[in-house]
Design a protein around this ligand. Sequence first.
Ligand code: MRU
Length: 334
Amino acid sequence: MYSVEFIENKLKILDQTKLPFVEEYINTDDVERISQAIEKLEVRGAPAIGITAAYALALSIKNSTIEKIKNNFYSAVNRLQITRPTAVNLFYAIDEMKKFFEENFNKKNLYLLLIEKAKQIHSNDINLCERIAENGLSIFKKKSNVLTHCNTGFLATGGNGTALNVIKKGYENNLIEHVFVDETRPLFQGSRLTAWELEKLKIPFTIITDSTSAFLMQQNKIDLVITGADRITLNGDSANKIGTYNLAVLCNYHKIPFYIAAPYTTIDFNSSDKSKIKIEERNKKEIFKIGNHKITKEIYQAYAPAFDIIPNELISGIITDAKIFSKPYNFINV
Ligand code: MRU
């Protein structure tokens, strides 16, 4: 099962807004529809967004006349890059596709070549998810109770996931006792998506509200915390789903290791530190309702950042497909 698949010249996207109750797919070759799927979080998670955008760019020239190829491709670039600002993987995939487009512009069958390039970005992600999981095994010093936030499994990537794949690998190696899953307000990626993946993997888990983690830590019920990241700057500051910073602060107070797991491509080599990260702000309506059920008045003021930033000093290690990095972060020489 994949979050995104390219089948019969269309993109097949598993609609994550319907999970865990309904497994429904969006089949489309339309760039506007794909862009909306990214904006609405029908497809989400940093690596999965990048892969989706790569296929969308290939599809943008599927039916183009020669005269319109460049225009259609760059209109798609412009549309896709305003979908979600924080995850660097989106911009990485767009840049890779742009470079490939320019290098091969005069070749026949450019559409097919772009599809092959998008498939390559996708299969790279599948491989590096496995390397992240293997590299992550060494963080378990004993059979552990782990807490995670948001969703970092196969739904969020092209392969088996990042932080959740470390947990999966740990479980397979008898190094996981139990997984605590933050529900992850306001869109519940934890209680809807991570829970659904853990159910499929048959890994024992318990859902908690985001505000329960401190109490569990106080009772010594958490051995370590692992989350993903959407963008990592050169000094190791890491952006991830809103609420992750709370966890890192709590871990620091309770002397619990806090790890990030992410592909090497989540490192933003153009950004020195957290001040350079653009944080996406979501529509406040998302915190005024649960599903379609209103929980408060829409006239109230609200603030809905999608991500927060964990300063490097709170991170015990960043598990990547290359290796586990720790302070002082030197990502360049691997
Ligand atoms: O808003 P989302 O659901 O796309 O946010 C996803 C996260 O914050 C994930 O932790 C991150 O993208 C890493 S996914 C492997």
